[in-house]
Design a protein around this ligand. Structure first.
Ligand code: AHG
Ligand code: MN
Ligand code: MN
Length: 339
């Protein structure tokens, strides 16, 4: 018979404790970034609750309006946007917020030294069908003096300037994955305790795998180089895995290896995904986990943004696979240069 002690399993390190412990490693840390991460985690718990009971409280379905990018907003897009903005405003660590669901910068009026870029709910087509969706966030240090109004320069910073980035995945379990530039750690939500606990420490993405994620419905709109790569994947009998929620597709590849591709298409000549709300955060995490992210020509983190809702092609995941796609696309760039 088992000893009672053996049945009492440890619950592990809570997110709060983990954040505090890591803050202690930086002698001049003021605790503001830590508090900001806690605010995001709290809003994530609230959004998780809204998603879980969406069908019961009448918040499933379309909101009936389009966002600034001309996309049909779902009620939960709007709810998640409100929840995160409210948490960030009330927290006081953030002077400005940019959101996929908002046309302009939100000036919180706070003296905080950080700005946040957020995709409050990612995976709109999966919101009402009980398939994994997520939240993606990037945190930057403001450039303008504390106390002044937030500026466009504060929020339009290249991805390599991120001080932290992460995502919350509302999936078969809810997870918060983040980096502050010292590796990637993931926390699984224990709903009965209302806490995130460290479940995946210092994550590393496999260097290569046999799985690719792309919306192949766009096949006829892809460039010959991408078609060539996709044909290669089929010749190699790679497994196709496409959920249609970037966060979920990325998370699977982070754990198991693989590549996610969203190239430019005829209808989206600069790609579909948003540099500030989606690509930068995931690129930071990918690199921290030993992976790679490019738009086909440049490292995602080196792109200098020129507008809030800028889109870019995205190739992200296992380092060797992303390099291979980069090689295919380099042929195209070379031909364009020669002609
Ligand atoms: P969002 O729901 O935030 O607008 O993002 C949707 C994005 C991303 O999550 C996903 O990978 C991609 O759109 C799917 O696009 P397709 O439907 O064109 O495949
Ligand atoms: Mn999105
Ligand atoms: Mn979204």
């Amino acid at each position: 018979m088992k000893q009672v002690e053996e049945l009492v399993l440890p619950v592990g390190t809570a997110l709060d404790r983990f954040i505090s412990r890591h803050e202690e490693q930086f002698p001049f840390a003021t605790g503001e970034l830590s508090q900001l991460l806690r605010d995001i985690a709290l809003a994530g718990k609230i959004v998780n609750r809204e998603i879980n009971r969406a069908g019961l409280i009448g918040v499933a379905g379309a909101y009936g309006q389009q966002n600034v990018q001309g996309e049909e907003q779902q009620k939960l897009d709007v709810i998640a946007n409100i929840r995160f903005i409210r948490a960030l405003r009330n927290g006081g660590e953030v002077c400005g917020i940019i959101s996929e669901e908002e046309e302009d910068i939100i000036d919180t009026g706070s003296r905080g030294k950080y700005v946040v870029a957020i995709d409050p709910l990612d995976g709109s087509s999966n919101i009402d069908v009980n398939v994994s969706i997520g939240t993606v966030f990037s945190i930057y240090r403001r450039l303008s003096p504390v106390g002044s109004a937030v500026t466009m320069e504060d929020v339009l910073q290249p991805g390599y300037k991120q001080v932290a980035a992460g995502y919350i995945l509302y999936g078969s379990s809810t997870m918060l994955v983040y980096t502050t530039g010292y590796g990637v750690n993931a926390f699984t939500y224990e709903s009965s305790l209302g806490e995130f606990f460290l479940s995946h420490a210092d994550m590393q993405m496999p260097k290569s795998a046999q799985s690719y994620s792309i919306n192949e419905g766009n096949y006829r709109d892809f460039s010959p180089e991408i078609i060539e790569y996709l044909d290669y994947c089929k010749d190699q009998k790679y497994t196709a895995r496409y959920i249609g929620s970037l966060v979920a597709d990325f998370h699977r590849n982070l754990l198991k290896g693989g590549i996610y591709l969203y190239p430019e298409t005829k209808s989206s000549p600069t790609g579909k995904l948003r540099l500030m709300y989606e690509c930068n955060a995931l690129a930071f995490i990918a690199e921290q986990a030993g992976g790679k992210a490019t738009d086909g020509k440049r490292r995602i983190l080196d792109i200098m943004p020129t507008k809030l809702h800028q889109r870019c092609p995205l190739y992200i995941g296992s380092v060797d696979m992303v390099k291979q796609v980069e090689g295919c696309l380099a042929k195209k760039n070379e031909m364009a240069w020669q002609s």
